[in-house]
Design a protein around this ligand. Sequence first.
Ligand code: PEP
Ligand code: MG
Length: 563
Amino acid sequence: MPAPLPEPAETPSTLTPAAELDRATAALAATAADIRARGERAGGTAHDVLEAQAFMAEDPTLADDVEARVQGGLTAERAVFEAFAGFRDLLVSMGGYMAERATDLNDVSQRVVANLQGVPAPGIPDPDFAFVLVARDLAPADTALLDLDKVLALITSEGGPTSHTAILARDKAIVAVVGAAGALELADGETVIVDAAAGSVTASPSADDIAAAQQTLAERKARPSAPTGAGRLADGTAVPLLANLGSADAAADAVGKGAEGVGLFRTEFLFLDSTAAPTVEAQQEQYTKLLAAFPGKKVVVRALDAGADKPLSFLNDADEENPALGLRGLRALRANEQILRDQLTALANADAVTDADLWVMAPMVSTVEETRYFTALGRELGLKTLGVMVEVPSAALLADRILADADFASIGTNDLTQYTLAADRLLGSVAAFQDPWHPAVLRLVGDVGRAGQALDKPVGVCGEAAADPLLAVVLVGLGVTSLSMSPAALADVRAELALYTLEQAQHYATLALAANSAFEARAAVLEAQTHPSSTDPSSTDPSSTHPRNTHPRSSHAHEGDRP
Ligand code: PEP
Ligand code: MG
């Protein structure tokens, strides 16, 4: 993906001002036309955003400014750069909504300059053939807008498996390998094999490699689809299996894969490229569409979770040094209470006209007081079932008090792991710490599970940990009552759960908790699964058909995951 262009040099033009003006005018018009065409192809919200950008390139005041600068002897490139920069500074000084347009102006400016220089525009390329996109990282908003007819696969050098780029890629069923070391050394035009299941990228593959990959692909396509049905353990204990969704459009696919409802609807994914807070009506339309797809089923919607790699400028546009520890999640909503009220109102309105069982939860809750604030506000606005996400260690440690007030808890293991191990989930260099098998994380999950049992309140897991079949068994053993994951993972988790009784799951949980590291925890459970000892309930249960490890997606102990 082309990097941002350097600032054009201030060297005086060697052409006449009239010639420079012609160049600038042509580049502005071509850029406007290009942006408009991309908007028409993308449709939806992207269309509106790109249409607004096209108008910027056609703005007559800006054109006058460019003309004045080329008359003063500047090159078209420099004149465009300076005129856009002046415009941007003006918007920033106006603050609020106008200031939010500043980033868009930078993007348009770069596109005009790229056109003048005859180089590819920065950002996602748009050739007229299918390609594998290689980037350092991709903003979630860019990932959401990828043209899936063109982008065959995505490789990034940064980001861990729980970064939102990875989550969105899974949500959109894009073949993706994130945090691939050496990705940026791939040359333009090089052939690559991208295997998302194995997390591997093979550069310049041999004819044999290609044949083997094609064979694997054919085998995967021919595999019979796993049975659907309700999630349950071997002893019949129900463990509802729910879907993580980022848009109502994905509902039909989730239902087809056997989702028993929705365990996490990430509302911020709907508004990642919005520069202004969404209206009650716009939200209500989306939520009604979602709820209507799950009549009689549980649907857990999360209030807007802005922050870190999911910036929503209308909620917090401060330049924070540590955004993961900043004004994010519920904190940002509280600082903009009207936005939260509008969202909860839109949800209550959608609930009133549909038959789903709507639950609403707050993201990034870290105190009992925040729990009380959110549940009181939700009840005031007519919502019936209100809960919190447990993603911060403080919330897990005080789960008994939080659950005394909240109707349910949903554990976000992605952030809980990030905060427990102090390892940024976006940073490739610390990705090995981002392992929810870590006993410190599991101990916190167990605390929440116990609190839920004591108070008879449901405790779900909606982080990526729920999608790891063997870890899913451990989570149930820790007291988790439902699991939510990207729909593609449902079949494997369903099949794995059906192999164990609750007693066995609890035994595995005890083994994992007793380990010193994620590596040891995983290894201990794998070992017990393969060689049950006399202390393993599976070896004394005459009805048992265990142990089995038939699912390649079950985590294998990796030598490399030492932390
Ligand atoms: C989590 O943190 O585990 C979670 C489910 O929320 P998100 O990944 O959207 O931060
Ligand atoms: Mg989270």
